[in-house]
Design a protein around this ligand. Structure first.
Ligand SMILES: [Zn+2]
Length: 185
């Protein structure tokens, strides 16, 4: 029987590490969107340095061209950038695949990435991972975006792939977005 597992949370919450752990030693076919090229091409890489060989795709539908009935598991990282990932995961689960997804639920403003609410709703199991707030140490659910050390503005573009110097985990209280008059919890 197929199923969909989704791991979500802010940056530095350990999503990719958990994704790799769940499919380690399994017969797995892995995918990730092309735009995420922080570390390498052709691999899913966690902040801790674990790796999993992956097919790079532009759109979620391309996954269907690569599956061939041989893999038991399908692992997909950074799913927040794949707009129809939810419906593709349902097709995969209907074909008997065990699908494990990992991705950011919220963007730097604290707004949901468009595919995530649908994906979470159709998942058979969901895991919300939290990081530790760099300001106060409480559990972090938000990704703070910093540009030249200052909180990013609400009108800045959403997608900008970066590393530790640009993003950090914060709790809701410590999360800051410039240009927002009233904070959204
Ligand atoms: Zn905090």
């Amino acid at each position: 029987m197929g199923h969909i597992e989704t791991i979500y949370g802010c940056m530095f919450a350990g999503k990719t590490t958990e994704l790799i752990r769940r499919v380690e030693g399994k017969n797995v076919l892995a995918f990730k969107p092309k735009l995420d090229n922080r570390y390498s091409t052709g691999h899913i890489v966690s902040h801790n340095g674990e790796t999993l060989k992956a097919v790079l795709i532009d759109r979620a539908e391309e996954i269907m061209d690569h599956v061939n009935g041989k893999a038991e598991y399908i692992a997909i990282d950074e799913v927040q950038f794949l707009n129809s990932i939810g419906s593709v995961c349902r097709q995969l689960a209907n074909q008997g695949y065990k699908v494990v997804c990992a991705g950011l639920d919220l963007d730097f403003r604290g707004e949901p990435f468009p595919p995530m609410p649908y994906l979470v709703a159709v998942s058979h199991s969901v895991t919300h991972l939290r990081a530790k707030c760099v300001c106060c140490g409480k559990p972090a659910t938000r990704t703070q975006r910093l540009i030249d050390g200052q909180p990013a503005h609400v009108d800045d573009p959403v997608i900008m792939v970066g590393a530790d110097d640009l993003y950090e985990p914060r709790c809701v209280d410590c999360h800051e977005v410039r240009g927002v008059r009233k904070k959204m919890f």
